[in-house]
Write a new protein. Structure first.
Length: 494
C-alpha cells in the first residue's frame, strides 16, 4: 500500500510517528580508533618540535624524546596532563591560549592539534619513540619530476626567504625545495631552480654576485647550505656540518666567507672557496635565527631563541657585547650600512635599534612595538630605511634608524616571514606564509607586484607528509634529522 503524505498534515503525522519512536534513527557514530603515538603523534612532534626540544640542552628545559620528558615539561611546568588534553600546556601553546604560540614558524593545522589533544585524552600512551619505516616511494610521473616546471595547480608553499641580487635586477625567493628568481622590473618569475632537501630557510647573495647561498636542511636530521653558481644555476658546493636545520646566512663583505646559524644552537663560519668550516660559535643556549656582518666585516652579530643578541670580533672571535633586553626569542639581526646601528627583531613583538659599541649595550636607542611576532627586519643599503614584517600581516617602513614611521602596508593576507630592500632603496619585498611574494614601490607608497608561488611535488611519501606541515623557519623555533645530497640538475623556466 502506498501512502502519500503532504502539507501541514504530513508534518503533523511525521511528528506523531517520531513521538512514538518510529522516526528513522541515525546509526551511532563509530568511535575513532585510539591514536598510535609512533605513527600519528610522533611525526608531528618530531617535524615541528624536536629541533629545539631535544638533546642535552633543549629549549626552555623541555625535551620530548621519551614519554617521561614529554609529560614532565620544562621550566614552565608540566606540559602534558594525561586524560586532560584541553588543559595540557602543550595543546594550549599550539592553540595560542598560552603565549608565545607554537610552533613559532606558523600555526599548526587544527586537525593535527585535535589529534594530539585526543592522544592526550586517551592517556598519552607511547607505544614506541621510533618512527615506523617510511612508505615505499611514490612513483612520480615524468611531468612532475623535480626538474619539471611547477604547475599552477599545486598548493602554495610559504615564501620563507628573500634576497635581492647585487645589481637589483632579480629577487630570489625561497620555497619548498626550490628557489625562484623574480624579475623585479616585470614582476614575473624568470627562473625556477630545484634545490635543497626541504623548505628554504635563508638566502644570501655574495657581494660579487658569484654565488647564491641556499640554507635549510631536513628537520630532525641535519642542516645544509647549497652554493649555487649564478652563471649556470647549478649547485657547486654543499656545506654540511650543522646538526639541525640552518635558519640564517650572511656573507662577509668583500670576502668568500659565509656565516650561518642553526637550530643546533651554533653559528658556523665557512670558507666558501674550500667548503671548510673555519670556526664554530657555541655561545647561545637555544637556536640561532639571525646572523649579520658589519659593513666593514670586523663584527658578526648573532640573534637567538635564548632572547639574546651577541657581537663578536671576526679576527679573534671573542665576544664583545651581549644584548639581553628582549623578553622573547630573537628572529633576526641586521646592521645599518655604516655599522653604527644594529636592529634586533623578536617574538616579543618588538624591534630594538641599538647604537653599536664595544662592551655593555644595555639600552636600545629605539624600540618599535608591533601587534604580532616580528619575523624579519632589514636596513636599506643606503641606511635611510628600516623595514620589518610581522605575524599580524603588516609591513612597516621607518626612516632615521627607526625614529619615524614612513609607511605601513597591509596588503599581505598572512604571516610575513621575510623582508628585503632592493639595492636602489626603491623597492621593498616581502614573503608570506600563504606563498606570496609582494613588491612595493617605496616612493609611490603602494603595492606594485603580488605573485603566488606554488609547491613543487614531493618525490616520496615522507616528503609529501612533511611538506604539508608548517615548517621550521625564521621565526622562533623549529625542528628536524641527516644530510641529503644537493639537488642535481639545472634551472627550469616557468
Amino acid at each position: 500500500m502506498n501512502i502519500s503524505i503532504g502539507g501541514r498534515a504530513g508534518f503533523a503525522i511525521l511528528a506523531w510517528l517520531a513521538a512514538l519512536g518510529f522516526a528513522a534513527r541515525p546509526e551511532p557514530a563509530r568511535a575513532a580508533p585510539p591514536v598510535v603515538y609512533s605513527r600519528q603523534a610522533l611525526p608531528i612532534l618530531r617535524a615541528l618540535c624536536w629541533g629545539c626540544h631535544s638533546g642535552p640542552n633543549p629549549a626552555s628545559g623541555y625535551g620530548m624524546e621519551t614519554r617521561e620528558k614529554l609529560l614532565a615539561g620544562g621550566r614552565h611546568g608540566a606540559a602534558i596532563l594525561p586524560g586532560k588534553g584541553a588543559q595540557s600546556a602543550l595543546v594550549r601553546y599550539l592553540t595560542g591560549d598560552l603565549q608565545p604560540k607554537m610552533p613559532p614558524t606558523g600555526a599548526l593545522d587544527l586537525d593535527k592539534i585535535a589529534l594530539l589533544r585526543r592522544w592526550i585524552d586517551e592517556g598519552a600512551k607511547v607505544d614506541s619513540t621510533a618512527m615506523p619505516a617510511p612508505a615505499p616511494a611514490l612513483k612520480t610521473p615524468a611531468s612532475l619530476s623535480p626538474n619539471a616546471p611547477i604547475s599552477a595547480s599545486l598548493a602554495p608553499a610559504p615564501a620563507t626567504a628573500l634576497a635581492f641580487a647585487p645589481d637589483g635586477k632579480f629577487l630570489a625567493v625561497g620555497g619548498y625545495r626550490v628557489v625562484r628568481l623574480l624579475d623585479v622590473a616585470t614582476g614575473t618569475i624568470a627562473r625556477t631552480i630545484p634545490v635543497g632537501a626541504d623548505q628554504t630557510q635563508a638566502l644570501a647573495w655574495s657581494g660579487d654576485g658569484k654565488w647564491l647561498a641556499v640554507a635549510g636542511g631536513t628537520p630532525g636530521q641535519s642542516g645544509e647550505i647549497v652554493l649555487l653558481d649564478t652563471q649556470t644555476w647549478r649547485p657547486t658546493r654543499t656545506l654540511t656540518g650543522h646538526e639541525e636545520v640552518v635558519c640564517c646566512a650572511a656573507w662577509r663583505p668583500g670576502a668568500h666567507e659565509l656565516a650561518t646559524g642553526s637550530l643546533d644552537k651554533t653559528a658556523r663560519i665557512w670558507n666558501a672557496d674550500t667548503g671548510q668550516c673555519t670556526h664554530i660559535i657555541k655561545d647561545h643556549a637555544e637556536a640561532v635565527f639571525g646572523v649579520a656582518y658589519s659593513p666593514d666585516g670586523k663584527l658578526l652579530a648573532t640573534g637567538s631563541g635564548d632572547r639574546s643578541a651577541k657581537i663578536f670580533d671576526t679576527g679573534s672571535w671573542q665576544r664583545l657585547a651581549a644584548l639581553t633586553a628582549h623578553e622573547d626569542g630573537l628572529t633576526r639581526v641586521a646592521f645599518s650600512h655604516d655599522g653604527k646601528w644594529l636592529a634586533t627583531a623578536s617574538s616579543d613583538k618588538t624591534v630594538r635599534v641599538w647604537p653599536v659599541k664595544i662592551g655593555a649595550m644595555e639600552n636600545p636607542q629605539h624600540t618599535l612595538n608591533e601587534g604580532g611576532i616580528i619575523a624579519d627586519c632589514a636596513f636599506s643599503p643606503d641606511g635611510s630605511l628600516l623595514v620589518y614584517g610581522a605575524s599580524n600581516h603588516v609591513v612597516k617602513v621607518f626612516s632615521e634608524g627607526g625614529a619615524h614611521q614612513a609607511q605601513e602596508w597591509k596588503d599581505a593576507d598572512d604571516w610575513v616571514y621575510a623582508v628585503a630592500i632592493a639595492p636602489d632603496n626603491q623597492t621593498v619585498a616581502a614573503g608570506t606564509q600563504d606563498g606570496k611574494a609582494l613588491l612595493w614601490d617605496v616612493k609611490a607608497g603602494r603595492l606594485r607586484v603580488a605573485i603566488t608561488l606554488r609547491t613543487p611535488p614531493a618525490p616520496d611519501a615522507k616528503a609529501a607528509v612533511r611538506a604539508s606541515l608548517p615548517h621550521p623557519v625564521a621565526k622562533a623555533a623549529a625542528k628536524g634529522q641527516k644530510v641529503p645530497p644537493a639537488a642535481k640538475g639545472g634551472a627550469t623556466r616557468e
